[in-house]
Design a protein around this ligand. Sequence first.
Ligand SMILES: [Zn+2]
Length: 402
Amino acid sequence: MRTKLIALLICELIFWNCLNQSTILAQERASQIRESRSKNFVMRSDLSAEESQELLKRLETMLDLVSKYWGKKNAGIIEMYVVKDLSVWSPDMMPANAWQSVSTGGGLTITQKRSLGRVWQAKAVVYAIADRGTPQHEAVHAYCGQAFGSTGPVWYSEGMAEIGKYWAGPDDKTVHCDPYVIKYLKTSPYKPLQELVDRDQFTGDSWQNYAWRWTLCHLLGFNENYSQRFKPLGLALMSEQPRISFAAVYGTMAKEIEFEHKMFVENMDVGYRVDLCSWDWRTKFQPLRGSRASSVKIKADHGWQASRLEVTAGERYSYSTNGEWTLEEDGEEFTADGNDTGDGRLIGVIFNDYELTKPFELGTDGTFEAECDGKLYVRCREDWSKIADNEGTITLKLQAAR
Ligand SMILES: [Zn+2]
């Protein structure tokens, strides 16, 4: 799963010669390889006619999504070689590095860019095995290379290709990645941001590194705190604008991003929504003054939400709630005590210097003692991956306990 840019015309001519010959050879030696076409793709593959059509349909849907996302049409037909059974193919049918990639179960996109002064034109050819979303992943590289001339630094290029692979629709912000990827991410040591965006990375290193890059792009792309800056950053990176980098755009928010990124990896599952779990960095918090109560509305379908209350270690607070929420669309209504399995209960956590305490139970009313100084955040308890269909809000009132 690599991207390569060759900027010389001479390479292109030699390359095309090889390809033409190998295509003839392919037809003579392997009648199983068929050519299928769609609006944006020409695909040579040993997939059945039906499978080829199905893949082309998925590729067109994906291309439509990514070109709308980046706001630029596909710049020319994308040529794809998709390998189902390697024994049908031979090494002379593709460049050596492409053969190397597909024979080890991956893919390679070769984009050739011709420049004349400021004017350039790029043409991408994809080589991919037929499974694990590799054709979609590579097709994102091909689109980016052709439309923008480059696919950006490794973390962006590979992270976005993974997003394209999983994307289900224009407004889709849900995690759909393979369960084995989630299992790997949740059980392996956390990879710091700095390491993820390091410039010395190379493509095609490992699926594990691809998974980490995906987590960062998914978070920045869909979390409401960061998504607005993410698309312009990507466009600038792909068009190789000078002085543009992750650090230039997000450097001042690095601590916040790392905090949310950690939380995302820790809590993620298929169905997780980074947008609904965006951390509230804006709301002002303050300690209680005298007998005054603070009141705030808490949504059932969001992650941790600001209570506005700044707590002091060892102090006791009393709380009361009003309202009901549901754990599914039009579902049964529960108070902040939740149901008998404990879901739907109002719970709290204290944020202090980018660290969270263990969550603790609240409910319809009662008191609690703050275990440390910090900001109180609360939410409706349910599996993180299942909160999106929750409905309703509960009003929470907080006061100093008498
Ligand atoms: Zn790739």
